[in-house]
Design a protein around this ligand. Structure first.
Ligand SMILES: NC(=O)c1ccc[n+]([C@@H]2O[C@H](COP(=O)([O-])OP(=O)(O)OC[C@H]3O[C@@H](n4cnc5c(N)ncnc54)[C@H](O)[C@@H]3O)[C@@H](O)[C@H]2O)c1
Length: 267
Protein backbone atom coordinates (compact mmCIF):
# COMPACT_ATOMS: atom_id res chain seq x y z
CA UNK A 1 0.00 0.00 0.00
CA UNK A 2 2.77 2.47 0.86
CA UNK A 3 5.45 1.55 -1.67
CA UNK A 4 5.46 5.10 -3.08
CA UNK A 5 4.52 7.00 0.08
CA UNK A 6 5.61 10.65 -0.02
CA UNK A 7 6.61 10.53 -3.69
CA UNK A 8 5.39 12.91 -6.38
CA UNK A 9 5.11 11.67 -9.95
CA UNK A 10 4.11 13.08 -13.28
CA UNK A 11 2.85 10.81 -16.03
CA UNK A 12 2.41 11.82 -19.67
CA UNK A 13 -0.52 10.63 -21.78
CA UNK A 14 -2.30 9.89 -18.51
CA UNK A 15 -5.84 10.36 -19.76
CA UNK A 16 -5.95 6.84 -21.17
CA UNK A 17 -4.36 3.42 -21.43
CA UNK A 18 -1.21 2.41 -19.61
CA UNK A 19 -0.44 5.81 -18.04
CA UNK A 20 -3.96 6.21 -16.66
CA UNK A 21 -3.85 2.76 -15.05
CA UNK A 22 -0.37 3.52 -13.71
CA UNK A 23 -1.42 6.88 -12.25
CA UNK A 24 -4.12 5.05 -10.29
CA UNK A 25 -1.64 2.36 -9.19
CA UNK A 26 0.87 5.02 -8.06
CA UNK A 27 -1.85 6.73 -5.99
CA UNK A 28 -2.88 3.40 -4.42
CA UNK A 29 0.76 3.10 -3.28
CA UNK A 30 0.73 6.53 -1.65
CA UNK A 31 2.02 8.86 -4.40
CA UNK A 32 0.59 12.21 -5.49
CA UNK A 33 0.36 12.58 -9.26
CA UNK A 34 0.24 15.15 -12.06
CA UNK A 35 -1.43 13.94 -15.24
CA UNK A 36 -0.03 15.51 -18.43
CA UNK A 37 -2.47 14.96 -21.29
CA UNK A 38 -3.32 16.70 -24.57
CA UNK A 39 -6.99 15.67 -24.54
CA UNK A 40 -8.69 17.86 -21.93
CA UNK A 41 -11.78 15.67 -21.60
CA UNK A 42 -10.01 12.39 -20.83
CA UNK A 43 -7.36 14.12 -18.71
CA UNK A 44 -9.92 15.85 -16.51
CA UNK A 45 -11.89 12.63 -16.19
CA UNK A 46 -8.84 10.63 -15.10
CA UNK A 47 -7.90 13.20 -12.44
CA UNK A 48 -11.51 13.36 -11.23
CA UNK A 49 -11.66 9.56 -10.85
CA UNK A 50 -8.51 9.59 -8.70
CA UNK A 51 -9.71 12.46 -6.51
CA UNK A 52 -13.14 10.84 -6.08
CA UNK A 53 -11.34 7.73 -4.80
CA UNK A 54 -9.55 9.86 -2.18
CA UNK A 55 -6.23 10.36 -4.01
CA UNK A 56 -4.35 13.55 -4.86
CA UNK A 57 -4.08 14.33 -8.57
CA UNK A 58 -3.99 17.31 -10.90
CA UNK A 59 -4.63 17.38 -14.63
CA UNK A 60 -2.37 19.65 -16.69
CA UNK A 61 -3.35 20.15 -20.32
CA UNK A 62 -0.05 19.51 -22.09
CA UNK A 63 1.29 18.88 -25.55
CA UNK A 64 4.39 16.85 -24.76
CA UNK A 65 5.91 17.58 -28.17
CA UNK A 66 6.03 21.31 -27.38
CA UNK A 67 8.84 22.53 -25.12
CA UNK A 68 6.98 25.53 -23.66
CA UNK A 69 4.01 23.31 -22.83
CA UNK A 70 6.21 20.71 -21.07
CA UNK A 71 8.07 23.44 -19.14
CA UNK A 72 4.76 24.92 -17.96
CA UNK A 73 3.41 21.48 -16.94
CA UNK A 74 6.50 20.70 -14.87
CA UNK A 75 6.33 24.15 -13.25
CA UNK A 76 2.66 23.55 -12.37
CA UNK A 77 3.58 20.19 -10.77
CA UNK A 78 6.24 21.80 -8.59
CA UNK A 79 3.92 24.68 -7.72
CA UNK A 80 1.26 22.24 -6.52
CA UNK A 81 3.32 19.46 -4.93
CA UNK A 82 6.71 21.10 -4.23
CA UNK A 83 8.91 18.27 -5.50
CA UNK A 84 9.38 15.63 -8.20
CA UNK A 85 10.49 12.04 -7.60
CA UNK A 86 9.13 10.00 -10.51
CA UNK A 87 8.81 10.89 -14.17
CA UNK A 88 6.90 8.49 -16.42
CA UNK A 89 7.17 9.45 -20.08
CA UNK A 90 4.41 7.30 -21.52
CA UNK A 91 2.52 9.22 -24.23
CA UNK A 92 3.29 7.60 -27.57
CA UNK A 93 2.04 5.48 -30.39
CA UNK A 94 2.40 4.81 -34.10
CA UNK A 95 0.52 6.02 -37.17
CA UNK A 96 -1.01 3.85 -39.87
CA UNK A 97 0.82 6.07 -42.40
CA UNK A 98 4.20 4.95 -40.95
CA UNK A 99 4.96 2.88 -44.05
CA UNK A 100 7.94 2.02 -46.26
CA UNK A 101 10.70 4.65 -46.06
CA UNK A 102 10.56 5.44 -49.77
CA UNK A 103 6.79 6.02 -49.62
CA UNK A 104 6.29 7.68 -46.25
CA UNK A 105 5.21 11.30 -45.97
CA UNK A 106 8.04 13.12 -44.16
CA UNK A 107 5.51 14.68 -41.80
CA UNK A 108 4.68 11.20 -40.47
CA UNK A 109 8.36 10.64 -39.60
CA UNK A 110 8.61 13.99 -37.77
CA UNK A 111 5.34 13.52 -35.85
CA UNK A 112 6.28 10.00 -34.75
CA UNK A 113 9.76 10.99 -33.61
CA UNK A 114 8.38 14.08 -31.81
CA UNK A 115 5.80 12.12 -29.83
CA UNK A 116 7.88 9.04 -29.01
CA UNK A 117 11.45 10.36 -28.72
CA UNK A 118 11.55 14.18 -28.47
CA UNK A 119 8.87 14.14 -25.75
CA UNK A 120 10.87 12.09 -23.22
CA UNK A 121 13.88 14.31 -23.94
CA UNK A 122 11.82 17.46 -23.22
CA UNK A 123 10.41 15.97 -20.02
CA UNK A 124 13.93 15.09 -18.86
CA UNK A 125 15.21 18.54 -19.79
CA UNK A 126 12.65 20.22 -17.56
CA UNK A 127 12.01 17.55 -14.92
CA UNK A 128 15.56 16.42 -14.05
CA UNK A 129 16.61 19.66 -12.31
CA UNK A 130 13.78 19.07 -9.82
CA UNK A 131 14.79 15.44 -9.30
CA UNK A 132 18.34 16.58 -8.62
CA UNK A 133 16.92 19.06 -6.10
CA UNK A 134 14.94 16.21 -4.48
CA UNK A 135 18.16 14.18 -4.09
CA UNK A 136 17.29 11.53 -6.69
CA UNK A 137 14.40 9.85 -8.43
CA UNK A 138 13.22 7.39 -11.03
CA UNK A 139 12.65 8.00 -14.75
CA UNK A 140 10.43 5.50 -16.61
CA UNK A 141 10.45 5.69 -20.41
CA UNK A 142 8.37 3.69 -22.86
CA UNK A 143 9.90 1.55 -25.58
CA UNK A 144 8.03 -1.23 -27.39
CA UNK A 145 8.59 -4.78 -28.53
CA UNK A 146 8.62 -3.07 -31.96
CA UNK A 147 11.91 -1.29 -31.52
CA UNK A 148 13.70 -4.27 -30.04
CA UNK A 149 13.40 -5.90 -33.47
CA UNK A 150 12.65 -4.59 -36.94
CA UNK A 151 9.05 -4.08 -38.00
CA UNK A 152 6.90 -2.63 -40.75
CA UNK A 153 6.76 0.75 -38.92
CA UNK A 154 10.13 2.45 -39.57
CA UNK A 155 9.57 5.75 -37.72
CA UNK A 156 8.03 4.07 -34.66
CA UNK A 157 10.76 1.40 -34.55
CA UNK A 158 13.47 4.07 -34.83
CA UNK A 159 11.92 6.15 -32.03
CA UNK A 160 11.40 3.20 -29.69
CA UNK A 161 14.85 1.75 -30.45
CA UNK A 162 16.23 5.22 -29.66
CA UNK A 163 14.48 5.14 -26.29
CA UNK A 164 16.52 2.09 -25.28
CA UNK A 165 19.89 3.82 -25.75
CA UNK A 166 18.61 7.21 -24.54
CA UNK A 167 17.56 5.49 -21.30
CA UNK A 168 20.98 3.88 -20.87
CA UNK A 169 22.58 7.28 -21.40
CA UNK A 170 20.32 8.93 -18.84
CA UNK A 171 21.35 6.20 -16.38
CA UNK A 172 25.02 7.00 -16.98
CA UNK A 173 24.62 10.78 -16.80
CA UNK A 174 22.47 11.01 -13.68
CA UNK A 175 23.65 8.15 -11.44
CA UNK A 176 25.82 10.64 -9.49
CA UNK A 177 22.60 12.50 -8.64
CA UNK A 178 20.79 9.40 -7.38
CA UNK A 179 18.52 9.30 -10.43
CA UNK A 180 17.74 5.94 -12.03
CA UNK A 181 16.38 5.61 -15.59
CA UNK A 182 14.69 2.52 -16.99
CA UNK A 183 12.32 1.71 -19.82
CA UNK A 184 9.43 -0.69 -20.27
CA UNK A 185 8.87 -2.34 -23.65
CA UNK A 186 5.29 -3.68 -23.61
CA UNK A 187 3.87 -6.36 -25.85
CA UNK A 188 0.19 -5.98 -26.87
CA UNK A 189 -1.76 -4.16 -24.18
CA UNK A 190 -5.54 -4.15 -24.30
CA UNK A 191 -6.06 -0.39 -23.85
CA UNK A 192 -9.25 1.38 -24.98
CA UNK A 193 -7.42 2.37 -28.18
CA UNK A 194 -6.26 -1.22 -28.78
CA UNK A 195 -9.79 -2.59 -28.25
CA UNK A 196 -11.21 -0.02 -30.66
CA UNK A 197 -8.64 -0.98 -33.28
CA UNK A 198 -8.84 -4.74 -32.96
CA UNK A 199 -12.35 -5.21 -31.59
CA UNK A 200 -13.57 -8.49 -30.16
CA UNK A 201 -11.10 -11.34 -30.20
CA UNK A 202 -13.81 -13.98 -30.17
CA UNK A 203 -13.85 -14.73 -33.88
CA UNK A 204 -10.86 -15.01 -36.20
CA UNK A 205 -11.46 -14.30 -39.85
CA UNK A 206 -9.00 -16.70 -41.52
CA UNK A 207 -9.28 -14.80 -44.82
CA UNK A 208 -7.74 -11.71 -43.17
CA UNK A 209 -3.93 -12.17 -43.05
CA UNK A 210 -3.53 -9.68 -40.16
CA UNK A 211 -6.04 -11.56 -38.02
CA UNK A 212 -4.32 -14.86 -38.78
CA UNK A 213 -0.99 -13.29 -37.82
CA UNK A 214 -2.41 -12.17 -34.48
CA UNK A 215 -3.97 -15.58 -33.87
CA UNK A 216 -0.60 -17.25 -34.53
CA UNK A 217 1.19 -14.73 -32.33
CA UNK A 218 -1.12 -15.48 -29.43
CA UNK A 219 -0.63 -19.21 -29.84
CA UNK A 220 3.17 -18.90 -29.95
CA UNK A 221 3.46 -16.25 -27.21
CA UNK A 222 0.58 -16.90 -24.81
CA UNK A 223 1.81 -14.28 -22.28
CA UNK A 224 2.26 -11.51 -24.87
CA UNK A 225 -1.17 -9.83 -24.59
CA UNK A 226 -1.89 -8.05 -21.32
CA UNK A 227 -3.91 -5.40 -19.56
CA UNK A 228 -2.84 -1.84 -18.65
CA UNK A 229 -2.61 -2.97 -15.00
CA UNK A 230 0.05 -5.53 -15.94
CA UNK A 231 2.31 -2.72 -17.11
CA UNK A 232 1.30 -0.50 -14.18
CA UNK A 233 2.64 -3.21 -11.84
CA UNK A 234 6.04 -3.08 -13.55
CA UNK A 235 6.00 0.73 -13.39
CA UNK A 236 5.22 0.73 -9.64
CA UNK A 237 8.22 -1.54 -9.11
CA UNK A 238 10.48 0.76 -11.17
CA UNK A 239 9.18 3.87 -9.37
CA UNK A 240 9.73 2.34 -5.94
CA UNK A 241 12.97 1.82 -4.05
CA UNK A 242 12.50 -1.96 -4.46
CA UNK A 243 14.12 -1.62 -7.90
CA UNK A 244 17.10 0.36 -6.58
CA UNK A 245 19.62 -1.91 -8.32
CA UNK A 246 18.00 -1.35 -11.73
CA UNK A 247 19.12 1.48 -13.96
CA UNK A 248 19.69 1.64 -17.70
CA UNK A 249 17.56 -1.44 -18.29
CA UNK A 250 14.64 -1.99 -20.63
CA UNK A 251 12.15 -4.49 -19.21
CA UNK A 252 10.59 -6.50 -22.00
CA UNK A 253 7.04 -7.01 -20.73
CA UNK A 254 6.08 -8.75 -23.95
CA UNK A 255 5.54 -12.42 -23.10
CA UNK A 256 8.76 -13.45 -24.82
CA UNK A 257 8.12 -11.88 -28.22
CA UNK A 258 11.50 -10.14 -28.27
CA UNK A 259 13.27 -13.06 -26.59
CA UNK A 260 12.56 -16.26 -28.44
CA UNK A 261 11.51 -17.54 -31.81
CA UNK A 262 9.00 -20.35 -31.64
CA UNK A 263 10.54 -22.98 -33.90
CA UNK A 264 7.94 -24.41 -36.23
CA UNK A 265 5.47 -21.88 -34.87
CA UNK A 266 4.99 -19.97 -38.09
CA UNK A 267 1.98 -20.98 -40.10
N1 LIG B 1 -0.82 -0.46 -25.99
C1 LIG B 1 0.11 -1.24 -26.52
O1 LIG B 1 -0.18 -2.35 -27.00
C2 LIG B 1 1.56 -0.80 -26.55
C3 LIG B 1 2.53 -1.71 -27.01
C4 LIG B 1 3.87 -1.30 -27.03
C5 LIG B 1 4.23 -0.03 -26.59
N2 LIG B 1 3.26 0.83 -26.15
C6 LIG B 1 3.69 2.17 -25.72
O2 LIG B 1 3.17 2.42 -24.42
C7 LIG B 1 2.87 3.81 -24.28
C8 LIG B 1 1.42 3.98 -23.84
O3 LIG B 1 0.58 3.42 -24.84
P1 LIG B 1 -1.01 3.30 -24.65
O4 LIG B 1 -1.44 2.22 -25.59
O5 LIG B 1 -1.35 3.24 -23.22
O6 LIG B 1 -1.48 4.71 -25.26
P2 LIG B 1 -2.97 5.27 -25.49
O7 LIG B 1 -3.10 5.61 -26.93
O8 LIG B 1 -3.99 4.39 -24.85
O9 LIG B 1 -2.91 6.63 -24.67
C9 LIG B 1 -2.01 7.63 -25.03
C10 LIG B 1 -2.46 8.94 -24.42
O10 LIG B 1 -1.51 9.93 -24.80
C11 LIG B 1 -2.20 11.11 -25.17
N3 LIG B 1 -1.38 11.92 -26.07
C12 LIG B 1 -1.17 11.72 -27.39
N4 LIG B 1 -0.40 12.70 -27.89
C13 LIG B 1 -0.10 13.52 -26.85
C14 LIG B 1 0.66 14.71 -26.74
N5 LIG B 1 1.26 15.26 -27.81
N6 LIG B 1 0.77 15.30 -25.53
C15 LIG B 1 0.15 14.75 -24.44
N7 LIG B 1 -0.59 13.64 -24.49
C16 LIG B 1 -0.71 13.02 -25.68
C17 LIG B 1 -3.48 10.61 -25.84
O11 LIG B 1 -4.48 11.61 -25.87
C18 LIG B 1 -3.82 9.40 -24.96
O12 LIG B 1 -4.67 9.76 -23.88
C19 LIG B 1 3.18 4.44 -25.64
O13 LIG B 1 4.46 5.04 -25.60
C20 LIG B 1 3.16 3.27 -26.61
O14 LIG B 1 3.97 3.50 -27.74
C21 LIG B 1 1.94 0.48 -26.12
Amino acid sequence: MDRLKGKVAFLTGAGAGIAKATAKAFVREGARVALFEIDRQVGERAAREIVQDGGEAIFVETDVTDEASVAAAVARTIERFGRLDVMMNCAGGSLAQDVNAHEMDLDVWHKTIALNLLHPFLCCRHGIPHMIAAGGGSIINFASHLGQIGSERPAYAAAKGGIVSFTKTLAALYAPHGIRANAIAPGSIRTERWLKRWGSEAAVDMSDPRQVERFTMRRNYPFSTGEPDDIAAVAVFLASNESRMLTGTTINADGGRSSYLKVGGAS
